[in-house]
Design a protein around this ligand. Sequence first.
Ligand SMILES: Nc1nc2c(ncn2[C@@H]2O[C@H](COP(=O)(O)OP(=O)(O)O)[C@@H](O)[C@H]2O)c(=O)[nH]1
Ligand SMILES: [Mg+2]
Length: 182
Amino acid sequence: MEMGAQEFGVLLEGWQVLVLGLDGAGKSSILHYICSRTAREHMAPTRGFNSAQLCIEGLEMDLLEVGGSQNLRSYWPLYLGQAHVLVFVVDSVDRPRLGTARQELHTLLATEPRLPLVVLGNKQDKSDALSMAELWEELALHTLSEQREVFLLPTSATWASLSTDTSILHVKNLLVTLLSQP
Ligand SMILES: Nc1nc2c(ncn2[C@@H]2O[C@H](COP(=O)(O)OP(=O)(O)O)[C@@H](O)[C@H]2O)c(=O)[nH]1
Ligand SMILES: [Mg+2]
């Protein structure tokens, strides 16, 4: 479901999971596979915002994707204050834009020193994907404050990967664990 920014007020109950990352990283695909276990061949580019609600193990989660194209990135900070977790999706083969992803991520994090961070190294099904060690380094995750919980998971948001180690279903489990902690 796509909608405009002004319609968002109604969704702010339960746990807020904010899903950000550059355009094309795989945010919509990940939301799709987190929320429904059906195949999807093509993902239309998100025009603005995309949201999904999940109820698992008694937790109500609102997952909100804000588009990652340059004109939409200025909206990112607006949703940060309400978020309980930030999921930041990176395209593991998009080496040329990794520096941009790193900068955008660190700029965001500077305003929310305690917000838990889940970085997803997506498109791990591709043969030239960067490893988690490389992404940790390239995204300068080692420079983040020790006050912050930081996770880096390999993902592949494809139908074929749903039952593999890079399954985005691990992301779902991690979110449940994070949001269930006291
Ligand atoms: N091979 C592969 N393609 C992916 C993966 N995730 C997303 N894609 C593709 O990458 C493109 C952008 O995905 P999308 O979910 O729209 O990215 P968004 O802009 O971050 O929401 C689409 O063509 C997806 O099918 C992945 O894990 N592996
Ligand atoms: Mg999208």
